[in-house]
Design a binder for this molecule. Structure first.
Ligand code: ADP
Ligand code: MG
Length: 461
């Protein structure tokens, strides 16, 4: 699940070639064609050791260059294709000549800088720096940061909850990464509920061999215990019981606990009341569903981190069609960039993005077009379409226009800039309209009902 998965090498042989072929496609646009032909195209995937992809290179000098200059690019690209691969290693293909052998022994090997100490179980990409903060998640991000800065002192436990793919695991890792960076001697344990359960089961099975005390040693003596996806604890009474005691012991000793869940404690059922009340005794924070600006910022951040070159319209399009799951949004981004790389585009365009994602966007509103929305809004407010689209700005027409922008963006997967175009406005005006109508609906019930009625009319229900 959220742990670093080791790959079973027995059934991977055929796939290694495929993974490497796909990774090469990602690499090609990132480096010059000479670099690509000389250093990258000559590599061969030969093995997978744990999470390390072993690539063979023809000579010692190319091994050196690869380690010094291209290792990070190659690691990132392979990791993008197969997230469980987090390292690459270059070995020299057998059949190397003696001169190369001699060189190998005499030349100093310059190690490429390691990204993270090997001992860390935290994903080095899941940091606070890489976590984009917007109105939906500023509270949870601040709470996580406070815990990372002063574990065990406040917000204990910190209970982070929210929907799938919205950054819970990212924040848990960010806490772990930050604590380990600032206080190396602290014993930080990250575990998924599934792993906690499996550890407990095997400790019970092997209790005669002292495994039980190993289990307790591991979980009850750490300084920070981070437990991901606690919702999976339901229906497992022995696990709940053990976790309850672990929890008490740690909190009593001033140790920090951080928990994530897809639901609030009160909604995790069936769960022992005493655990619910423990979970509720600290700080509960929701990751929330990010708004369109935050989603755009997340894509831009990701694009910057991954050195993607993607047009603003394409970014907006992906953000627009990915309303509730950031993981899915990131998948769409990678797919679009990968696809445009195959086409040799230097910058991922809107057109290519649409093409790349056409099978993934299953909008059930595909039969609705913007025109239908405009007609419905006009009918509802009793105004003419020309008035809605003209520059005229009476209060009523301005309102109807905002409602139309809101409805188009809500019902149709259309880039904000294109929505703006319909009205002769830019994408910022559309964002403003969307936010304004969303806010207004929260306080104005009548408007919320009207908008819902319009939606039903548009959908022909
Ligand atoms: P969850 O655990 O809630 O299911 P994850 O933490 O695994 O979700 O997040 C899914 C993906 O979305 C990760 O790659 C994560 O980095 C990214 N992500 C989610 N929220 C943000 C954010 N606010 N800023 C940057 N990346 C985010
Ligand atoms: Mg998660």
């Amino acid at each position: 699940m959220n742990e670093i998965n080791f790959i079973d090498t027995t059934d991977i042989e055929i796939d290694l070639k495929k993974i490497w072929e796909e990774a090469k496609h990602l690499l090609e646009p990132l480096v010059s064609s000479v670099t690509y032909d000389v250093w990258i195209a000559t590599l061969d995937p030969v093995d997978l050791k744990g999470n390390t992809l072993v690539l063979s290179t023809p000579s010692f000098s190319s091994q050196n260059v690869l380690n010094q200059k291209y290792k990070n690019y190659i690691t990132d690209s392979v990791n993008k294709i197969h997230s469980a691969i987090t390292e690459v290693e270059f070995i020299i293909a057998s059949g190397e000549d003696e001169e190369q052998q001699a060189l190998k022994q005499s030349a100093p090997v310059i190690e490429s800088p390691k990204k993270k100490p090997v001992s860390s179980c935290f994903n080095p990409k899941f940091t606070f720096d890489n976590f984009v903060v917007g109105s939906s998640n500023q509270f949870v991000a601040a709470a996580a940061k406070a815990v990372a800065e002063r574990p065990g002192t406040n917000c204990n436990p910190l209970f982070i909850w929210g929907g799938v793919g919205l950054g819970k695991t990212h924040l848990l890792h960010a806490i772990g990464n930050e604590i380990l960076e600032k206080k190396k001697d602290l014993n930080v344990v990250y575990v998924t509920t599934e792993k906690f359960t499996n550890d407990l089961i095997s400790s019970i099975q092997n209790s005669k061999k002292g495994a039980n005390s190993d289990f307790r040693e591991k979980y009850r003596t750490c300084d920070v215990l981070i437990v991901d996806d606690i919702q999976f604890i339901i229906n497992k009474n022995s696990v709940q019981e053990e976790f309850f005691h672990t929890f008490n012991e740690l909190v009593m000793n001033g140790k920090q606990i951080v928990i994530s869940s897809d639901k609030m404690p009160k909604d995790i059922n069936p769960l022992e009341e005493r655990l619910k009340s423990r979970f509720e005794s600290g700080l509960i924070a929701d990751v929330g569903v990010p708004d369109i600006e935050t989603r755009i910022a997340i894509i831009n951040k990701k694009a910057q981190l991954e050195r993607y070159n993607i047009s603003r319209e394409a970014v907006e399009y992906i953000a627009e069609i990915s309303k509730t799951n950031i993981r899915e949004m990131e998948g769409r981004l990678s797919r679009a960039v990968f696809y445009s790389g195959l086409l040799g585009e230097s910058i991922t365009s809107l057109e290519t993005t649409r093409e790349a994602l056409k099978d993934m966007v299953t909008e059930d509103n595909s039969e609705i077009d913007a025109n239908k929305v405009l007609e419905c809004v006009c009918k509802f407010y009793n105004i003419k379409k020309e008035e809605l689209l003209a520059r005229k700005r009476t209060k009523e027409i301005a309102m109807a226009r905002q409602v139309a922008m809101y409805l188009i963006s809500d019902l149709i997967a259309m880039p904000l800039a294109s929505i703006g175009n319909i009205f002769g406005k830019d994408h910022a005006t559309v964002i403003y309209a969307k936010n304004k109508i969303t806010d207004d609906m929260a306080t104005n019930k009548k408007l919320a009902i009207e908008i819902n009625d319009m939606k039903q009319m548009i959908k022909g229900k």
